[in-house]
Design a protein around this ligand. Structure first.
Ligand code: ZN
Length: 182
């Protein structure tokens, strides 16, 4: 227990430092770190996840993709299990965006159980943000397309955690209603 709190705090600090100059794209330019914190809390509270390495990976899940964090550094600081989890949810940024989005759909069913949990919580937080704190310059059509894309990714993640999936469905339905999609 004490060990878990220690490593979670270390991951929180590490992630906050790595994301320190990044902001979300909403109109308040919220600090980026809010997002990994929300994903981690969602796993804990809604998903019932008590797997410390998975919670640590949730705090770090966007660091390799979006900051100067390297796989070596994460392995050194947090170990190989955490690194493997982070890499499992990291897109290959050398690929064009449309290819990355298609790959997320195709690879989702083949991810490990733990990576699926992390991706479910991530997509749940993402659709909430797109509906309630959207990027300031996104037209309605882009938000609608985003929701539909997450739906395809989540299709491949199902059968993993009922609470996360049910909440995703509830939020998706609400989002579609608010964005005039049904
Ligand atoms: Zn994320």
């Amino acid at each position: 227990m004490e060990d878990s709190v220690g490593v979670l705090l270390k991951a929180l600090r590490y992630s906050a430092e790595k994301h320190s100059d990044q902001r979300r794209r909403d109109k308040k330019s919220s600090p980026y770190i809010n997002h990994p914190i929300q994903v981690t809390e969602t796993l804990w509270t809604l998903g019932g996840v008590r797997d410390t390495n998975l919670l640590v990976a949730a705090l770090l899940h966007d660091t390799i993709e979006d900051t100067d964090a390297t796989p070596d550094e994460i392995k050194q600081q947090f170990g190989e299990d955490v690194l493997d989890l982070v890499l499992e949810v990291t897109d290959d940024k050398s690929l064009p965006k449309q290819v990355r989005k298609q790959l997320q759909i195709e690879t989702a069913p083949h991810k490990s159980e733990r990576a699926k949990l992390l991706k479910l919580a991530d997509k749940l937080c993402n659709i909430r943000d797109i509906v309630h704190l959207p990027p300031a310059n996104w037209p309605l059509s882009r938000k609608q397309e985003y929701l539909l894309w997450t739906e395809k990714v989540v299709e491949g993640l199902r059968g993993t955690n009922k609470e996360l999936e049910d909440q995703y469905d509830t939020d998706l339905k609400e989002g579609k209603r608010l964005l005039g999609m049904e």
